[in-house]
Design a protein around this ligand. Structure first.
Ligand code: V47
Ligand code: SF4
Length: 384
């Protein structure tokens, strides 16, 4: 048992006083402060981070590891913004690689899953004037008309901010209109790094951090759950990451509306930050662990397997991660274009279940709101 191991005198004697203080806090269910989070980021004691994060993960979820059956729709990869890290905005400059789907094309994509047990469609893409409030209102309404039980997780504060401003409605009015049309929840994108020192360099013109947080606050007030992300491993320092986590933890204290935190590793192919090297797997694992330890009020930490690859995802389960996203079915391009391991990200349910079981965890299919759909742990990987 991890908890017994952590309380053993022999183990604790190996720790320095700062580590011992943090361990005591974790064992007593107290939150760590910003200085302690920074200390953990700067620590080279990766096994210590793993023990703490895994202890918290097991307290919250045991060995359960969640996934869902989903697909993405990316309406366009053309965007009026020019985020330096984004391989999409680059596609505008290579016009032949651009796409702009209309409503019918997107509805056909939804219909192509008619006989498959998917539970979620994740819709997010570039920002263009024709994808306005009326467009998304019609799209969501028509998706629901066709398949009412399909959960629509869509758009980020970057898109909402743009379309609500254009339509001259407040966040509250705009979100209510889209909720009435069928919007069920909001994914975590667009957060990047909140601190203006970094945000102004990498994502200057789009919705700022106050906009991002306010949009999510308003969504939570309207009963719309959402996720949060951080884009890490580029020009930010550890303290920028702590600042980002702090703002998320504070908002979560207020609203309890976030479901999952998803660290997104910067990938450097074909974007304006390609000159930067990507960080190591050690850094990825450290980031998962510190996120799990610091964000005590977030239920879930997700490793997005399509971005970090299958093996790192398996290792991440020992570093605080309890969710690995979904089957995806090769329907997202944002990471393959940015150079991720998975160039055509798709897994069958059987593959996801095997990936989780082969490292000793229990696969649990969830819906977007974490209601359990099927627990595979006692079924010896028999997938229906
Ligand atoms: O906001 C863009 C990131 C995000 C790169 O909520 C990049 O369940 C790394 O938020 N390297 C969109 N990251 C994706 C996203 C997401 C993904 C999976 C699940 C959920 C969820 C949300 O992708 C953007 C940006 O932060 N991104 N370019 C890049 N080169
Ligand atoms: Fe546009 Fe989003 Fe890419 Fe920025 S990250 S350029 S807002 S698609």
């Amino acid at each position: 048992m991890i908890s017994q191991f952590l309380t053993e005198k022999r183990y604790q004697q190996q720790l320095n006083s700062s580590e011992k203080n943090i361990l005591d806090k974790v064992l007593n269910h107290q939150r760590i402060n910003d200085e302690e989070a920074l200390f953990l980021y700067e620590s080279k004691n990766l096994p210590f981070l793993a023990q703490l994060a895994n202890y918290i993960r097991r307290q919250k979820h045991g060995l359960n590891t969640y996934f869902n059956r989903n697909f993405h729709i990316e309406p366009t990869n053309i965007c009026i913004y020019d985020c330096k890290f984004c391989s999409y905005s680059r596609a505008i400059k290579k016009k032949d690689e651009g796409w702009e789907y209309n409503e019918n094309e997107m509805l056909e994509m939804v219909k192509s899953y008619d006989n498959q047990p998917v539970t979620e469609v994740h819709i997010v893409g570039g920002v263009l004037p024709q994808y306005d409030l009326l467009f998304y209102e019609n799209l969501f309404r028509n998706i629901k008309k066709h398949r009412p039980e399909l959960h629509i997780k869509a758009l980020t504060p970057v898109e909402f901010h743009y379309i609500f401003k254009k339509a001259k409605v407040s966040y509250k009015e705009g979100l209510q209109i889209l909720k009435n049309a069928g919007l069920d929840s909001i994914p975590g994108g667009g957060a990047e790094i909140f601190h203006p020192e970094i945000r102004n360099q990498i994502a200057k013109d789009k919705a700022n951090s106050e906009n991002w947080l306010e949009l999510h606050r308003t969504a939570h007030e309207l009963g719309i759950r959402s996720n949060a992300t951080i884009l890490y491993g580029h020009i930010e320092k550890y303290w920028h990451r702590v600042d980002h986590l702090r703002q998320l933890r504070e908002l979560q204290d207020e609203t309890r509306g976030f479901q999952t935190f998803i660290p997104l590793k910067f990938r450097n192919k074909d974007n304006e930050m390609s000159y930067l090297p990507e960080v190591s797997i050690i850094e990825d694992l450290k980031n998962y662990a510190v996120s799990r330890i610091y964000l005590d009020n977030f239920d879930h930490i997700k490793a997005y397997w399509a971005m970090i690859g299958r093996e790192t995802t398996q290792i991440a389960l020992d570093y605080g991660v309890d969710d690995i996203d979904g089957t995806i079915d090769d329907t997202t391009k944002i990471y393959s274009m940015a150079g991720s391991e998975e160039q055509s990200p798709k897994m069958t349910t059987q593959e996801i279940v095997d990936l989780i079981h082969s490292v000793g965890y229990k696969a649990v299919e969830r819906d977007t709101l974490y209601n359990v759909i099927q627990d595979f742990s006692n079924e010896n990987s028999l997938v229906s």
